[in-house]
Design a protein around this ligand. Sequence first.
Ligand code: HEC
Ligand code: HEC
Ligand code: HEC
Ligand code: HEC
Ligand code: HEC
Ligand code: HEC
Ligand code: HEC
Ligand code: HEC
Ligand code: HEC
Ligand code: HEC
Ligand code: HEC
Ligand code: HEC
Ligand code: HEC
Length: 434
Amino acid sequence: MKCKNYFILSLLLMALLSFTSAVAQGTTPNSCVTAKCHTELVKTKFVHGPAAVGACVQCHELLPNETHKFKKIGTSVNLCNNCHDPIKPDKVNHAPFAKGDCVACHNPHGSDQRFMLRQKSIPQLCFSCHKEEMIKKKTLHVPVEEGDCLVCHQPHASENPKLLVKSGDSLCFMCHTDIESGLVEAKDVHSPVAQCTTCHNPHGSDSERMLSSGVPNLCYTCHDGIKQSVAQAVVKHKAVEEGKKCINCHSPHFSKFPKLLVNEPMSLCLSCHNKTMNVQNGTLTNMKELFEKNDKWHGPIRERDCSGCHNPHGGKTDFRLLRWVYPREFYSSFSIEQYELCFKCHQPTLVLEPRTTTLTGFRNGDQNLHYLHVNKKVKGRTCRACHETHASQKADHIRELVPFGKWELPIHFEKTSDGGKCSPGCHATKEYKR
Ligand code: HEC
Ligand code: HEC
Ligand code: HEC
Ligand code: HEC
Ligand code: HEC
Ligand code: HEC
Ligand code: HEC
Ligand code: HEC
Ligand code: HEC
Ligand code: HEC
Ligand code: HEC
Ligand code: HEC
Ligand code: HEC
């Protein structure tokens, strides 16, 4: 209230007392609000101060030489500022406020709503100008559902875009404090989270969790590479397509694990692979049990890195989501390309040199027994004939049993001080000495 107007105000307030009783009797003298005229104007729950005291002429100026004709009221803002401190414009001004059209929202005489607002509720007020379709969505944000537009928006002016009470994520953090504190503590933060509204519609949406589009399409708008891997996968991983899809493995916001994983990488895989699973061409091993029962883990698994060999998003190869080619059979006509997987990390010379005294421990004198078994045009033994890929009880990941057709063929491998021996179903007991 402007100081110079305190005088007017006190007069008005003094008049108010006598006026209310007068209205009750319906005999307000010299007033526009008589029993016959304009009584409805002031019969609201929240009557504007000057109207309440019958100070109609504070706003309605009589035309000269007229008894009941009033000057047109221009933009109402000048009128309001006669008594109220002008509301300061800011960087962003609501269009009707900027135009000075205060009475678009406020009834100058009074209304049944606080602040003499023209509509029964805040959303009704807003939707008297804005399109209500904006919030006709399957999922609504709770504050929107509650009709509390003003918890986020200023009605008049704001320093922030879209008349928001706070800018950027700090708006959301007024309520989502757990996410705010999570972000502070997290090791890995998803960069788009710097702006929550990149993924979420603040009012509501037809997708779950108010997402601007559902997972995985939302993710694909930025991760085209993953979109391609999934689309082009020869073997699909159900984990990507079932349940929460990408969110089965990744947190959308932040994580204390690398790559936004929801769990430590190996535990993540084993959280599902803790049982046998039926797939089109057979049964998948219970991996959790396999690792518990076999304590000699292959190098990358000791690093708890399953993705070194498997692509969790889908396999480029036709076998077990493997990143590189690896034969699925017991026998194979030798070519080095078939062992792309193993030779991403191991030296291919292991199977290329017939004679060696350095390249492998699997030799008899200088005869390379890897070469002998593997490097054959007909019935070359594949690595799986002897090695277990994930974990074993024997040294060098030699298997106990090898799947041979439907039979599990025992190997009976024993390591000796300078070689080893085995008596597999394939041939009589043989020994090698380096
Ligand atoms: C704070 C300023 C203000 C006061 C005080 C005020 N009016 Fe108004 N009045 C307006 C404005 C502004 C309009 C036109 C705006 C509109 O509603 O479109 C208006 C419009 C009217 C109208 C036109 C019809 C209508 O309802 O819109 C009547 C009649 C009227 N006023 C009567 C009164 C009477 C009687 C009083 C005293 C009890 C009074 N006014 C007090 C500002 C005021
Ligand atoms: C003649 C002086 C006068 C004029 C002109 C005037 N007001 Fe008021 N207004 C008051 C008084 C007195 C109060 C009641 C005092 C209070 O509650 O703070 C009031 C209260 C209000 C309130 C309620 C505020 C609250 O905190 O509850 C709103 C909103 C308001 N006026 C808006 C307007 C608008 C919009 C205009 C212009 C159309 C306007 N006023 C013009 C004197 C005036
Ligand atoms: C788009 C609608 C809209 C317009 C236009 C508008 N107001 Fe308001 N005004 C509101 C709403 C909604 C509130 C209630 C805010 C709340 O609940 O905190 C309000 C509150 C007020 C208040 C009381 C609370 C406060 O912030 O002091 C006054 C006084 C006021 N308005 C004056 C004006 C004046 C003067 C104008 C024109 C310059 C104007 N308003 C234009 C919607 C509007
Ligand atoms: C009297 C009509 C009217 C009312 C009532 C109204 N608005 Fe607006 N509003 C507009 C116009 C006109 C614009 C500017 C054009 C546009 O963006 O649609 C606007 C713009 C906006 C904007 C965008 C501002 C920007 O800078 O981009 C927001 C946010 C907004 N209004 C929120 C609200 C909310 C919340 C309410 C209810 C409290 C409300 N409006 C009530 C007329 C209105
Ligand atoms: C949780 C906070 C929040 C609530 C509650 C909220 N809004 Fe918004 N609103 C926003 C944000 C954030 C934006 C800006 C969106 C953007 O930039 O994409 C926005 C934008 C808008 C816009 C401008 C749209 C445009 O495209 O320019 C309007 C209009 C609007 N809101 C009206 C409303 C109305 C009406 C309500 C109540 C029914 C409401 N809002 C409730 C946060 C909110
Ligand atoms: C005024 C408080 C408030 C503000 C501000 C707020 N929210 Fe919310 N939000 C809530 C409440 C309450 C819920 C419901 C909580 C629940 O169900 O656990 C919710 C739920 C959500 C949900 C989950 C919806 C679902 O279907 O489970 C998302 C996503 C969300 N808010 C995003 C945002 C974003 C983004 C912002 C900032 C633009 C924001 N919120 C600002 C109060 C708020
Ligand atoms: C990259 C897209 C993306 C961004 C950016 C994003 N979110 Fe989310 N948000 C999601 C997805 C996807 C879900 C669904 C998770 C689920 O289904 O478990 C979600 C879920 C939520 C939920 C409900 C579940 C929960 O974790 O409580 C809230 C609340 C939420 N987000 C708030 C926010 C806030 C606040 C921000 C900004 C700090 C934000 N989001 C930024 C994608 C995003
Ligand atoms: C608005 C674009 C955008 C959207 C939408 C988006 N991301 Fe991202 N994401 C990024 C950017 C930018 C990076 C960081 C740059 C990079 O490493 O590629 C990133 C990184 C990642 C990373 C790697 C994090 C790391 O530590 O290297 C994962 C995992 C990820 N996003 C998953 C998702 C998932 C799941 C979704 C869907 C819920 C999603 N993203 C939606 C932009 C997006
Ligand atoms: C079965 C668990 C799982 C699912 C489901 C999954 N991911 Fe991943 N994702 C991972 C793992 C593990 C990594 C880290 C290893 C790697 O780089 O391949 C990763 C890495 C990423 C990266 C970072 C890639 C890089 O090169 O740094 C992005 C981006 C990503 N995922 C997005 C997605 C999207 C989008 C979806 C849904 C279509 C999805 N992920 C589904 C497990 C998963
Ligand atoms: C959310 C559960 C889930 C998680 C997490 C998960 N998987 Fe799977 N995975 C499955 C299901 C279900 C199947 C079997 C159905 C299918 O994909 O054909 C499967 C199949 C597989 C297959 C065999 C695919 C085939 O058909 O030949 C491999 C290999 C595999 N997963 C590796 C992994 C690795 C590595 C991880 C960790 C990065 C992982 N999985 C995480 C659910 C999961
Ligand atoms: C050194 C590469 C490599 C690493 C590391 C690796 N795998 Fe494998 N994985 C394979 C190969 C090769 C196959 C096919 C095995 C076969 O048929 O003998 C396979 C098969 C699988 C299968 C299908 C099992 C079946 O019964 O056919 C699952 C499930 C699987 N791996 C999960 C995992 C998980 C979980 C991890 C991490 C703990 C992991 N893999 C790490 C190479 C690897
Ligand atoms: C992602 C890299 C990687 C891939 C792919 C890989 N290995 Fe390994 N492998 C290792 C590491 C690391 C060691 C441990 C070496 C050490 O301990 O010095 C290891 C050890 C071994 C050992 C035991 C030798 C020793 O010194 O302990 C055998 C046998 C073996 N790998 C066979 C295979 C076979 C067969 C394949 C193909 C199915 C394969 N590896 C694929 C990284 C890999
Ligand atoms: C006929 C059985 C057999 C086949 C087939 C076989 N290995 Fe071996 N491999 C062994 C034995 C036995 C050892 C242990 C040698 C020792 O140290 O006594 C070994 C050791 C290894 C080692 C440890 C380093 C070394 O050479 O001593 C690696 C790596 C390895 N094999 C990789 C492979 C790869 C890759 C394949 C498939 C291309 C393969 N093996 C095929 C029996 C086999």
